[in-house]
Design a protein around this ligand. Sequence first.
Ligand code: FAD
Ligand code: FES
Ligand code: MG
Length: 288
Amino acid sequence: MPWHLAATFRDDEVMFEIVSARFIAPDIKMFGVRAARVAEHWSPGQFVIVRVNAIGERIPLTVADVDRTTGVITLIVQAVGKTTSLLNQLDSGDDLADVAGPFGAPSDIEDYGTVVVVGGGVGTAIAFPTARAMAEAGNRVIVIVGGRSGDLVILATELEAFAAEVVITTDDGSRGRRGLVTDALAEVIDREQVDRVVAIGPIPMMKAVADLTRPDSIPTVVSLNPIMVDGTGMCGGCRVLVDGSTKFACMDGPEFDAHQVDFDVLAIRNRAYRPFETEQLRRFGACS
Ligand code: FAD
Ligand code: FES
Ligand code: MG
């Protein structure tokens, strides 16, 4: 059996209890969820597919951390539409209908030397476990965390626990330095040898990082965020174009060589259901 299916479980016999829930930024909530089998089999870079309730849609969420002793996984969720808004209304003591996984290929973790991890918005939460695993593997890890404003910068303190350096950038200069994560990355590349870059965030950010590191051929990895439904390679929803070939992000990724990714196709496909999503959110807002 392929490894990604061998390690895949649905904890049918248990409810997925939320054991902790707190906002860490406006509209960004950190949850502790009891999901023992996911906690047992998870590696950095992998995600779960969650259903908030029995009639709800499936959404992918990266596992930010696990506690194997308690069987609790950490999810960090930014409310951007109906399902994530519904999820972020839940609190400690509530249950999730489904937490399936872990899905996706684990991050490639080796001792590369100096690794720069770039996180934009909630992408920082997705990058967090990979950054920590890179540090544990012996890399010198420099983290660049970006947000539109200071209140949207997350996990800076947690990253400082293992990173050699944490650089914060905000669009409005309200925290750290004013500017884009790519400005800070360009300075690090000018200053010292960079052996690998991991960039996770909005599509334009990941594309800009890829464009920046391509001339120097710095190996660069991005975690792609196409629409996913089943997470097991069956629905085809997560098709992405990499080096001219179709790949399934849920199985072949979500991490790919940034220099090979067609970001324009990814952006177009992610916009495909925008009118329906906007209408769903409008109706949800009218009801809640
Ligand atoms: P909608 O209004 O339905 O959609 C808003 C936008 O979200 C869409 O335009 C589309 O770009 C995207 N989206 C919608 N449905 C899906 C779907 N089924 N799968 C993927 N994207 C979708 N977000 C977090 O806040 N934290 C995470 O840790 C996290 N990890 C992710 C890991 C992976 C591998 C992927 C692919 C996405 C991840 N996301 C994460 C994004 C998250 O899945 C979407 O924000 C969420 O599905 C939006 O659902 P919605 O109904 O609230 O918004
Ligand atoms: Fe269905 Fe990847 S999510 S094939
Ligand atoms: Mg939705």
